[in-house]
Write a protein that binds this ligand. Structure first.
Ligand SMILES: *Cc1c(COP(=O)(O)O)cnc(C)c1O
Length: 219
């Protein structure tokens, strides 16, 4: 299967309103270009240095999403180029991005990452923390809250994955009802190569697909 044919397959398979983020981390610029030439325009990267290098080297009508853990000392590598930071995973990082946005006179588009799954090491906000942040959204003039992102538990047990997606979809819906003032809080980013077919039952607006497009990553 070629990269171009996988892009075309996803464009056919994904329902209207579900945007494909092609996750190109660990794959060379040529692979990104192959997807680009097949019409793909949204790409996701998870390492700041690689993100910045690809943003500078590749066509400037690409919409770059940052999807990895971001340390506050790496903001300058990422924020100038990111159309969307999907992986805002702690109050500390949120505060730092907000401060950067205020200083630059910009609003940085972000998704809040909800902690899903059992693994204790995983990053992400609790739902209480997210409720808290959005109730004080006036404090965050340097960011624009665009929605939620989550990664389901890494398991073969479909029921566990479904419960994770249900939880984030329910929270997203609840927050939209509670905060009609956040008019841009519309995005729900769930689903990766192994679980996007399940995610499609929970009305995502983004799926983030790496391996199924570009093949296995060589670390
Ligand atoms: C790597 C990554 C993906 C893509 O994973 P695949 O299993 O290769 O599709 C999606 N989301 C995040 C946050 C990632 O880090």
């Amino acid at each position: 299967m070629s990269i171009a044919s996988e892009i075309k397959r996803f464009n056919t398979e994904l329902p209207q309103g579900v945007k494909l983020v092609a996750v190109s981390k660990f794959h060379p610029a040529e692979a990104v270009l192959e997807a680009y030439n097949a019409g793909q325009r949204i790409f996701g990267e998870s390492r700041p240095q690689e993100f910045a290098a690809k943003c500078k080297a590749l066509p400037n009508d690409i919409e770059w999403h940052f999807i990895g853990h971001l340390q506050t000392n790496k903001l300058k590598m990422v924020l100038p180029y990111a159309s969307l930071v999907q992986s805002v995973d702690s109050p500390h990082l949120l505060d730092a991005i907000n401060a950067w946005g205020l200083k630059e006179g910009r609003q940085v588009n972000i998704l809040l990452e909800l902690h899903l799954g059992a693994e204790e090491t995983k990053q992400g906000f609790t739902s209480d923390e997210i409720e808290d942040v959005l109730s004080n959204s006036g404090k965050y003039a340097g960011v624009c809250f665009r929605g939620l992102m989550g990664m389901a538990t890494n398991t073969d047990d479909e029921d566990v994955i479904k419960a994770d997606f249900q939880r984030i979809a329910d929270l997203h819906k609840k927050l939209r009802n509670e905060h009609p003032e956040l008019t841009c809080f519309t995005e729900l980013s769930i689903g990766m190569s192994d679980d996007y077919r399940i995610a499609l039952n929970y009305a995502p607006t983004y799926v983030r697909i790496g391996t199924a497009i570009f093949g296995p990553r060589v670390y």
